[in-house]
Design a protein around this ligand. Structure first.
Ligand SMILES: Nc1nc2c(ncn2[C@@H]2O[C@H](COP(=O)(O)OP(=O)(O)OP(=O)(O)O)[C@@H](O)[C@H]2O)c(=O)[nH]1
Ligand SMILES: Nc1nc2c(ncn2[C@@H]2O[C@H](COP(=O)(O)OP(=O)(O)OP(=O)(O)O)[C@@H](O)[C@H]2O)c(=O)[nH]1
Ligand SMILES: [Mg+2]
Ligand SMILES: [Mg+2]
Lengths: 272, 296
């Protein structure tokens, strides 16, 4: 019994380094290590217990139940450059392959060539897109898209928004306005508000999730660029602290590089 | 903030009035946690803490306690000084060069801010009386070339954009040739975002570098990057070479520990800081400001 102790310490340190290097964060790492060192081993390795613990964190977070309202409205939000526009294109393609009839809304009326970028994705996915009329603001495009979607029987309506830092109050207020317009046009809209997080993000990702949740009603995460070397470990802290589920994972720049989140696959990849 | 945390550490050590090996270790534990929470890379933190320990132990043995500073303040000062030293005393900005035209190659991961920074640099150079020529070698991302065209038009600078030319290396080479012919003194080469583990795209970057002979290879990194910063920066530097770093999105509230990690691993200064989405939002790097931010 005593002789296994020194081996444990070495393994605990190695596991701490692995978890912190995966951007799980000091607090979550400390909590996970404390939880597993208390448990009885029953022959399981410390590593297996850690995996189990992280899987449990994700299992404890429920996916939002689907509302039987149509058209469904999905709002895609997040800070600059995380992969929102690309994700909207991939998601439209994925939902279409599942028999849905998505409509894309180009509500980034600010960034250079943002609408043109999304239009190319819409064409690739074979999905219609609604864009701003001259000088229209994002909320107006959202209104147009929902109106058009209702008229043409399109469902869901996927809204791409401009990247914005959660510290910019006026830009966050713009999201609130978009939400209110959507809610006015469809009961319960937006039904899904997905925060797109870059897997390379550090602990600031938790602050982003907190802020976007509070202002925009985020109810799910898309974790992108997991085809890189980053592990996106903030998703574990976010699942635990904010109870936000990861809905999809981005694994590349191609149209098919978006897959539903699997906690098992994710936890395995943490240890690769 | 680190100062407050260290004050608490020293308070609980029964109000000790000077540094000792024991209270230094307690302080180092707190420093390590603070730096990890600020996204400084695990290995960089270890090396940094070791250096701080050496400096603090020197202070104990040499008894050169700084006048008027309590032990917690003394440690904070050591941490600050070591961190500022790590960022180097370099001015930031571009490399001294006699090459004409000067070629600036923008490199980095997807979405870091390369295209936007290319525009910001063009504006900065223009206000200094230079004549920059922009070129996009990103033939992959939808509307990437168009994005740079729109940005260039906003700045009022010329873009090299030969219709139908979809070879990134040819586009880059053509821009340098055009600059030479028409007398532009700077060429800014925007590249597609890529993963450091994508061998084919890293080879493409080296090919672009070889035909353009850049004096500046700017690694554009997102200030909110976590532990991965050391991997991507290290690989780009090893495979292509990096002369400077641009830290973008510093207008957010990320602690910015990636700055420390990147500089430690590539050993080059932070050349510029991106502080917003407008083309004016490019600033020189101020070590003290980033240090205060990382220390919280
Ligand atoms: N490797 C990889 N790259 C991705 C992934 N998702 C997006 N990207 C790339 O990330 C870059 C930014 O993607 P965008 O879709 O423009 O990001 P965005 O959030 O819409 O950016 P803004 O609108 O400017 O805030 C592009 O080069 C994409 O191809 C992914 O899952 N893997
Ligand atoms: N707030 C803020 N946003 C920035 C900054 N620099 C760039 N951005 C934004 O970040 C997003 C991505 O910028 P891009 O210039 O398209 O990034 P990129 O590296 O060229 O992306 P890829 O070509 O896809 O790899 C855009 O929304 C920019 O407006 C900055 O310093 N602050
Ligand atoms: Mg976008
Ligand atoms: Mg770009």
């Amino acid at each position: 019994e005593r002789r296994t102790r020194p081996v444990d310490v070495e393994t605990v340190e190695a596991l701490e380094e692995l978890l912190i290097s995966a951007d799980i964060g000091v607090a979550a790492t400390t909590r996970i290590i404390a939880a597993v060192t208390k448990q009885s081993r029953n022959g399981a390795s410390l590593r297996d217990l850690v995996k189990q613990e992280i899987r449990a964190v994700f299992a404890a977070v429920d996916r939002p139940s689907t509302v039987a309202v149509h058209p469904q409205v999905t709002l895609i939000v997040g800070v600059n450059g995380t992969g929102k526009t690309t994700t909207v294109g991939k998601l439209a393609n994925l939902l279409k392959s599942q028999g849905k009839t998505p409509l894309i809304c180009a509500a980034d009326t600010f960034r250079a060539a943002a609408v043109e970028q999304l239009e190319i994705w819409a064409n690739r996915a074979g999905v219609d897109m609604v864009r701003a009329r001259e000088g229209a603001d994002p909320a107006a495009v959202v209104f147009d898209a929902i109106t058009s979607g209702k008229a043409k029987g399109r469902d869901p309506i996927l809204i791409d928004t401009a990247g914005r830092l959660h510290t910019r109050v006026n830009l966050m207020n713009e999201l609130d306005k978009i939400k209110r317009i959507a809610a006015r046009e469809v009961p319960g809209a937006p039904h899904d508000v997905l925060l797109v997080l870059d897997a390379t993000v550090g602990q600031n990702g938790v602050a982003q999730a907190r802020e976007f949740m509070s202002v925009a009603g985020v109810n799910g995460i898309v974790l992108t660029k997991l085809d890189g070397t980053a592990k996106g470990g903030v998703a574990v802290a976010i699942a635990h602290d904010l109870r936000l589920p990861i809905r999809y994972v981005g694994v590349g720049e191609g149209i098919n590089d978006l897959v539903p989140f699997s906690a098992d696959d994710y936890v395995d990849s943490l240890f690769e | 903030s680190l100062s407050t945390r260290l004050q608490d550490v020293f308070k609980t050590l029964r109000g000790e009035s000077r540094l000792t090996p024991e209270n230094i270790e307690a302080a180092l534990r707190e420093i390590r946690l603070a730096l990890l929470e600020a996204d400084v890379n695990f290995k960089v933190v270890k090396a940094f803490v070791d250096r701080v320990r050496d400096r603090a132990m020197d202070a104990v043995t040499n008894k050169d306690t700084l006048r008027g500073l309590g032990p917690s303040q003394e440690v904070v000062k050591i941490v600050r000084d070591e961190m500022v030293a790590l960022f180097g005393n370099a001015e930031g900005g571009l490399q001294a060069t006699t090459k004409r035209p000067r070629v600036i190659l923008m490199l980095g991961l997807q979405g870091a801010g390369k295209t936007t920074t290319s525009g910001k640099l063009a504006m900065w150079l223009k206000t200094q009386g230079k004549h920059p020529l922009l070129v996009s070698t990103d033939v992959k991302r939808p509307a990437a070339i168009q994005q740079l065209n729109v940005v260039a038009e906003k700045v009022g600078v010329r873009v090299h954009d030969p219709a139908g030319e979809m070879n990134p290396v040819t586009r880059a080479k053509g821009a340098v040739a055009e600059a030479t012919t028409l007398g532009f003194d700077v060429v800014i080469v925007d590249t597609a975002g890529r993963l450091h583990i994508d061998d084919e795209l890293m080879a493409e970057l080296v090919a672009i570098k070889n035909v353009t002979d850049p004096s500046d290879l700017l690694f554009v990194a997102d200030a909110m990057t976590g532990q991965d910063a050391i991997k991507s920066a290290g690989e780009f530097n090893a495979q292509v070479g990096v002369t400077g770093v641009v830290l973008t999105k510093m207008d957010g509230d990320a602690r910015g520990g990636a700055a420390l990690s990147v500089v430690s691993v590539v050993g080059v200064p932070i050349a510029f800081v991106g502080s917003g989405e407008r083309l004016e939002d490019l600033e020189p790097f101020h070590p003290e400001r980033v240090v205060s931010r990382v220390l919280g």
